[in-house]
Design a protein around this ligand. Structure first.
Ligand code: AMP
Length: 434
């Protein structure tokens, strides 16, 4: 090996980055559990045939290998196909509707870029076995609460329905076969803008009048009730689009009932979100601070989860991309800024005070305070303070002969430099309350 290096597209996360990532995951877990979701973990490795035939063109991105026993295996591409396997395999043990969350790495042989990696972590939340619009609304509400809890100041969740785009194509005089081209063109709206999409539509063979009509429809904007009213009026002749509008109306009314502020979501008929397996609601959360794309996305996919069980199992869910959340939060300065886990650093005045300092560290730890103990009793105090500061500890504590005689501790606030004598008996309470 010429150079010591990690694999391209797979990242090492040093402590400061890990603290932010752990904060993100803990927050998502807390919100999921508040909504009554239960945890699931499945292996990173699956039989290759479990993943094959589900991803369309993306199948070429799967990492495959043969193990020592000659089995054909693959690293999971996401946590959705493994969920489908789990649902089929444990059918008798799962109580539907089943709300599960799952967190872990997935692997895709992509060309690495900012926000796109070959090993990346997803946090999924899905409701398996319900076609109720309340299930869709719970997922969207959960995502809004999670992004708010992470401190995102101005995100918006765009909602759309697969049958709306179909309806837009049909209402513009196109048949089902042409709808795919319309879908792909609209998918590029945020990247190409209206003029670019129009060109793309014309290139895919859509007549100029139809292209204009499609563009007018997908650009309808406003709050959810207003957009839905306008779509209902314009797509009144297409039965499936009318049903889609009714479904989106039920979902957005449920969001009001769940207490999600109106500025957090909108109906955006231009949101296409991939072709593959969505059957109903689709959504993406966006923020102006991340113009590169969405923060996360999801939707309803009623046919995918049941493919191993060989029956339709209606499911709605989403995947938070931890790496993307991490990149954006780092850029915005959101989340904990800590460089380490320790709050307190117990110094050792000199070799004779080692036992006393160990007792103090024990006491702080027993009180639930993250505490570092100096490991070199002969090091000058000034150097120990410097180490405490570099570790990101808020306080350094000193127990010298005078303090021991008076049953006090010197507490130095490393942020302000202020030093005070504190009664030994109240030192834990003082550190905890600061
Ligand atoms: P998908 O499974 O493609 O719907 O992706 C769901 C979420 O996972 C996306 O919104 C991204 O945040 C994240 N994601 C997908 N692919 C990657 C990747 N290659 N690198 C980092 N994050 C990814």
């Amino acid at each position: 090996m010429a150079t010591i290096q990690n694999i391209k597209g797979m990242r090492d996360h040093l402590p400061q980055a890990m603290l932010l990532r752990q904060h993100i995951v803990a927050t998502l877990q807390q919100v999921c559990e508040r909504y009554g979701f239960d945890p699931l973990q499945s292996p990173v490795v699956e039989y290759a045939e479990v993943l094959e035939g589900k991803l369309g063109d993306d199948e070429k991105l799967i990492y495959r290998f043969e193990d020592h026993g000659g089995r054909q295996l693959a690293l999971r591409y996401d946590q959705t196909v493994p969920l489908a396997r789990v649902v089929a395999q444990y059918a008798g043990q799962l109580v539907l509707p089943w709300r599960r969350y799952a967190y872990g790495p997935s692997y895709r042989g992509e060309r690495p870029a900012r926000g796109r990696y070959r090993e990346f972590y997803q946090f999924d939340a899905d409701i398996v076995g319900s076609s109720s619009p309340l299930a869709d609304a719970e997922i969207v509400a959960l995502l809004c609460e999670a992004l708010s809890a992470l401190g995102f100041p101005d995100f918006v969740t765009m909602l759309n329905h697969r049958q709306l785009i179909g309806g837009i194509a049909r209402t513009s005089g196109l048949d089902e076969a042409a709808a795919g081209g319309v879908y792909r063109a609209i998918d590029k709206f945020d990247k190409l803008g209206a003029a670019g999409v129009q060109e793309e539509l014309l290139r895919s063979g859509v007549a100029p009048r139809a292209a204009e009509q499609i563009l007018a429809l997908v650009q309808i904007e406003g709050d959810a009730p207003a957009v839905l009213e306008e779509l209902a009026a314009r797509l009144a002749n297409d039965e499936r689009a009318v049903a889609a509008v009714a479904n989106l109306r039920a979902i957005s009314e449920a969001l009001v009932g769940l207490g999600i502020p109106a500025e957090r979501y909108t109906v955006a008929p231009r949101l296409a979100r991939g072709l593959a397996y969505y059957t109903g609601l689709v959504f993406e959360a966006i923020t102006p601070h991340w113009p590169e794309g969405s923060l996360l996305g999801g939707g309803r996919y009623d046919e995918l989860i049941g493919q191993f069980a060989k029956r339709s199992i209606p499911t709605v869910g989403l995947a938070f991309g931890i790496d993307r959340l991490h990149d954006v939060m780092e850029q915005l300065g959101l989340g904990p800024q800590a460089t380490g886990t320790a709050v307190a650093f117990v110094t050792i005045f000199g070799p004779e005070q080692t036992q006393a300092s160990m007792a103090l560290a024990r006491e702080l730890r027993a009180a639930g305070i993250n505490t570092l103990l100096c490991l070199e009793p002969t090091t000058a105090l000034g150097k120990q303070f410097k180490e405490a500061d570099r570790k990101g500890a808020r306080f350094a504590l000193v127990l010298g002969p005078d303090e021991l005689a008076r049953d006090t501790v010197v507490l130095k606030d490393l942020r302000t430099g202020v030093q005070e004598h504190v009664e030994r008996s109240s030192v834990s309470a003082k550190v905890r309350s600061s």
